[in-house]
Design a protein around this ligand. Structure first.
Ligand code: GTB
Length: 222
């Protein structure tokens, strides 16, 4: 029997973000919802992702993975790019506009996300270090540098380059991780940009779906 063509993604059965929609499956779910592609979810545990069966799908033992027929993908950015390439709605038809939207995807993942990840590493894994109090403002200022630049570029526009694209989807997903820090509030146009992303019906559907997994994991029989 041929493998099913409905994409299957892996997500944590108990997401460490407790249903806040900050784990990497959220951006894949959002992309699938934007293009109207149904998908299935396979729940995995923290232990299972390190087992050979999952590592055959994901060399680094992480979520999300994406299976579609005989295609197996890992890396949320690559998965969103694949979805965007194969469906209308997330990348412009014009070749130059398309290339720029892809550039924004890379910028989100490669230029904006790293200092944000650094902040999370600092806060969650380095709090007990003697140098924690000195390091925290340095890491936060590196984020401010990027947010300032991004804020300048966005200006009063709704989206980064014309219509909403996969570049915005990834950028909003990355910026959402800053919400709890308060740093985003220092840039009202970026806060509004993120809110516009969250207001999209596809985002809301994706958010509800990942939250449902978390809620189910909290039930006594889960
Ligand atoms: N570069 C990869 C991608 O984009 O797909 C990174 C994938 C990744 O880090 N996946 C995490 C994972 O599997 C889940 S999202 N970790 C297990 C491991 O590495 O062993 C991680 C996550 C958790 C909580 C929050 N949060 O609360 O903000 C955000 C992200």
């Amino acid at each position: 029997m041929p493998p099913p063509l409905t994409p299957v993604i892996t997500v944590f059965e108990r997401s460490p973000d407790r249903g806040k929609g900050l784990a990497r499956d959220m951006r894949v779910r959002w992309a699938l919802e934007e293009v109207g592609q149904a998908y299935e979810v396979r729940l995995v545990s923290f232990g299972a992702v390190k087992e050979p069966v999952h590592r055959a799908l994901h060399p680094f033992g992480q979520i999300p993975t994406y299976e579609e027929g005989t295609l197996v993908l890992f890396e949320s950015g690559a998965i969103v790019f694949h979805i965007a390439e194969r469906h209308a709605g997330l990348l412009p038809d014009d070749a130059h506009a398309r290339a720029r939207a892809i550039a924004w995807m890379f910028a989100a993942l490669n230029t904006v996300e790293p200092p944000i990840l650094d902040l999370q590493t600092t806060k969650f894994m380095e709090r007990d270090k003697t140098w924690y109090e000195q390091r925290l403002p340095i890491v936060e200022d590196r984020i401010r540098d990027r947010l300032g630049e991004l804020s300048d570029r966005l200006g009063n526009a709704d989206w980064l380059d014309g219509a909403f694209s996969a570049g915005d989807l990834i950028m909003v997903s990355v910026l959402l991780r800053l919400k709890a820090s308060g740093l985003l509030d220092e840039y009202p146009n970026l806060s509004a940009y993120v809110a516009r992303g969250e207001a999209r019906p596809a985002y809301k559907r994706a958010f509800a779906a990942q939250l449902a997994v978390f809620v189910a994991s909290q039930s006594p029989i889960a």
